[in-house]
Ligand binder design. Structure first.
Ligand code: ADP
Length: 182
């Protein structure tokens, strides 16, 4: 199973990705978590992206695309994966498909967790990552609307988009996702 989980900050995409990872026994790959870990470790990559994250901006596509290509070639990813936070621009989505084509595989579903913006903001108020300050949060929600929501069309057109009501208890969201996957 190869799944993409999409949603705003506070949408529960991390929670659902973890649940789906356990359910299917496949790795959960969160680009946000990877970037935050790189920042915490003060690595070269971490230094490159820390300001971008703190502002709630998106990291350059080329950097993310290279990262994901390497990650998906690791042996644990050969039988499937849950991508959390990637792709989030139309360009990233296209590049992912080109890359998967070269591996003779494809995305099964892109799961879009739908929630009202005010709910995203309320939920995120209780978090404390470096990119959870109010300005960054506002910017992340703008980026979601400007870059990620238009990308949904890419998966919808290919009949691979699952729209899920994210404004429910975590187990109910999971149930709806599994029902949608069939
Ligand atoms: P959110 O909780 O806002 O959905 P994530 O934890 O997925 O955020 O990502 C946190 C930050 O990491 C983003 O605001 C962005 O700066 C960066 N990031 C993560 N994934 C990507 C990506 N695919 N492309 C560009 N930037 C990314």
């Amino acid at each position: 199973m190869r799944l993409i989980v999409l949603g705003g900050p506070g949408s529960g995409k991390g929670t659902q990705s973890q649940k789906l990872s356990k359910h299917f026994g496949i790795p959960w790959i969160s680009t946000g978590d990877v970037l935050r870990a790189e920042i915490a470790a003060d690595s070269k990559l971490g230094q490159e992206v820390s300001e971008t994250l703190a502002k709630g901006e998106l990291v350059p596509d080329t950097l993310m695309i290279n990262f994901i290509k390497q990650r998906l070639q690791k042996s644990d990813a050969s039988h499937g994966w849950i991508l959390d936070g990637y792709p989030r621009t139309a360009f990233q989505a296209e590049e992912l498909d080109f890359f998967l084509d070269s591996l003779h595989t494809r995305v099964d579903y892109a799961v879009w967790l739908e929630l009202p913006t005010h709910t995203l903001i309320e939920r995120s108020e209780y978090r404390a990552a470096i990119d959870d300050n109010p300005d960054a949060l506002r910017r992340r929600i703008e980026m979601l609307a400007e870059r990620t929501v238009p990308m949904l069309e890419y998966y919808d057109y290919r009949q691979r988009l699952l729209r899920i009501d994210g404004n429910q208890l975590p187990d109910d969201v999971k149930r709806d996702i599994l029902a949608g996957i069939g």
